[in-house]
Write a protein that binds this ligand. Structure first.
Ligand SMILES: Nc1nc2c(ncn2[C@@H]2O[C@H](COP(=O)(O)OP(=O)(O)OP(=O)(O)O)[C@@H](O)[C@H]2O)c(=O)[nH]1
Ligand SMILES: [Mg+2]
Length: 273
């Protein structure tokens, strides 16, 4: 957990809803309003006392997060919404993949997006340009999204039944791995220019993944990246995760990603009844 990075020590997350609500009758009225979030973010950083208090606070934070995640899971099931947690290091291609996915799937299923970044609504604007509903959450100093943020995003987005909510987590291969959001699928994107050693260096993230996407394979001729070794290391860390190599810009592997997403939606909704 992020006991050394200062995560969460600012005033708390801010939400910007870029979605056109059904009650906005003038057609193109989009509202872009910020909400200061007043959650009690009990996020401990007590380094000075030898670490024991830090551990207790971390356990309390994660325990509370797990309770909220379980509540989110029930709420998502009641709404018949499938949530996918999309995680990667900064710049691996999450938003590029989402833009293309939303456009190519053309509303089948409908996709709404909760965008997480420390600052700006840059990614939310990119998603809005695709026509999808989107809420941006800015975490300030925070380096991950948590279950409370998903709950709040769900309220803001109010996605329709039988739709998908994709959560683009804050770019970070460390802390997002520890926070269950109540999602039905954890997708980790890594990309070729980052190097093939990322799974062994950041094993927690890759161990919790249901699907690993190796993006930017169009760059393989230009960088040193051993795809086979990377896949082997991924399999030894996490034998059950599926692995798909793709290029979000050139289009390689996208059909396999769409197949995984569609299957995950079908499996989740059939369990929910
Ligand atoms: N060559 C190549 N570039 C890509 C590919 N996918 C994304 N990019 C580029 O990588 C850069 C980062 O892409 P984003 O989609 O913004 O990455 P991100 O993971 O959303 O980044 P953060 O939200 O900042 O963490 C952009 O310049 C994209 O055009 C790909 O498949 N191939
Ligand atoms: Mg992004």
């Amino acid at each position: 957990m992020c006991t050394t990075c200062g995560c969460g020590e600012d005033a708390g997350p801010r939400y910007t809803n870029l979605t056109a609500h059904p009650h906005d009758h003038d057609g193109d009225h989009q509202h872009e309003h910020d909400h200061q979030h007043d959650q009690d973010h009990d996020h401990g950083h007590a380094h000075e006392d030898g670490g024991s208090r830090t551990v207790v606070l971390e356990q309390r934070v994660l325990g509370r997060n797990d309770e909220l995640a379980a509540r989110n899971r029930r709420e998502l099931a009641a709404r018949r919404v499938v949530a996918i947690n999309l995680m990667s290091s900064p710049g691996a291609g999450k938003t590029t993949l989402l833009e293309r996915t939303i456009r190519e799937l053309g509303g089948r299923p409908p996709i709404s997006v909760l965008e997480g970044d420390q600052e700006t609504a840059v990614d939310a604007r990119r998603i809005r340009a695709t026509g999808a509903a989107v809420v941006q959450v800015n975490t300030g100093a925070g380096c991950h999204l948590d279950a409370e943020m998903l709950r709040r995003g769900l309220d803001e987005l109010d996605p329709p039944p039988d739709s998908v909510l994709v959560v683009e987590n804050v770019g970070n291969l460390v802390c997002p791995a520890l926070f269950d959001l109540g999602e039905h699928g954890r997708v980790v994107v890594m990309s070729v220019p980052e190097g093939d050693d990322k799974p062994v260096k950041y094993p927690h993230m890759f161990r919790t993944a249901d699907l690993v996407l190796i993006n930017k394979v169009d760059l393989l001729p230009y960088v040193s990246f051993d795809l086979l070794r990377c896949e082997e290391q991924l399999r030894s860390l996490n034998p059950t995760a599926e692995i798909v190599s793709l290029s979000a810009t050139r289009g390689d592997g996208l059909a396999d990603w769409y197949r995984w997403l569609t299957a995950r939606v079908a499996a989740t909704t059939s369990v929910a009844g």
